[in-house]
Design a binder for this molecule. Structure first.
Ligand code: ATP
Ligand code: MG
Length: 256
């Protein structure tokens, strides 16, 4: 059965999508069967996996509204080596349309259960909010991966996320835990970043992943080619870090 992970942080632009697509590509590269789920109406993870969000017949929106199954809606990204359950702007409407539905926070969980046996990992790219969409992700996940930049305000938003995760854990999904904090866009030349990184380690110890993702322009360039950095430039520092992170995740799930 697949292990399901949400990549979440309600702060915008912290590297959630970059982490989701590159971890997916890194896991695929080391032989894992991966489904990448785009839970953000921006559809960046879909496009960044080489799947055109504008031409998809079915998306996660149809899955949440039970108008398509995951098997019908997923697309294969041949270049990336993993499957994609895509999203586009339509998904923004799901929030409203699910209001009247019973157990609306458990829609994704029910849908993914049908394909769980086909994958080793299901990775969910969450939008920058603690919305009904993110809640659907958290309800079906075994764990949360939190990408964060080592900056002064990084810890502020973390409190809200941790409280939400605690509530979901208590009421909706007893499996849920923070798997780890992932330091991203890291620049060791910036003293403050090194300090915050050390503080994170001191405070959260084993909840901080060993792998650190450096700031690397190749990771930022890759989406415009419809590829994760891991595929776009495998030799780049950023790509190598994400492949190392994939290996760290494979080790982590052995203990779960
Ligand atoms: P949103 O909250 O809008 O969904 P996000 O958290 O998904 O954003 P990304 O889209 O992954 O964040 O990243 C934000 C920007 O930072 C993008 O332009 C991306 O290319 C760039 N970026 C992410 N990680 C790195 C990195 N390690 N090095 C350089 N640039 C990066
Ligand atoms: Mg994103």
């Amino acid at each position: 059965m697949a292990k399901i992970f949400c990549v979440a942080n309600q702060k915008g632009g912290v590297g959630k999508t970059t982490t989701t697509v590159n971890l997916a590509a890194g896991l695929a590269k080391i032989g894992q069967r991966v489904l990448m789920v785009d839970l953000d109406p921006q559809g960046n993870a879909t496009m960044g996996s080489g799947v055109d969000k504008r031409t998809l017949k079915h998306t996660i929106y149809d899955v949440l509204l039970e108008e398509a199954t995951v098997a019908q809606a997923r697309a294969r990204s041949e270049k990336c080596g993993y499957d994609v359950l895509g999203a586009n702007r339509e998904l923004a409407g799901a929030e409203v349309e699910l209001v009247a539905v019973e157990r609306r926070e458990a829609r994704l969980k029910a849908a993914l259960a049908a394909v769980g046996a086909e994958y080793d990992f299901i990775l969910i790219d969450c939008p920058p909010s603690l919305s009904m969409l993110t809640l659907n992700g958290l309800c079906c996940a075994n764990g949360v991966i939190v990408p964060m930049q080592c900056e002064y305000f990084a810890l502020e938003g973390l409190t809200d996320l941790v409280n939400t995760i605690k509530q979901v854990h208590a009421n909706l999904n007893k499996d849920l835990q923070i798997i780890g904090l992932l330091r991203v866009m890291f620049d060791p030349r910036i003293t403050l970043q090194v300090q915050v990184s050390d503080q994170l380690k001191a405070h959260f110890s084993e909840k901080v992943f060993n792998t650190v993702i450096p700031r690397n322009v190749r990771l930022a360039e890759a989406p415009s080619y419809g590829l994760p950095g891991v595929i776009f430039d495998a030799a780049s520092k950023g790509a190598q870090a994400y492949v190392a992170f994939a290996a760290e995740m494979v080790e982590r799930i052995k203990k779960m």
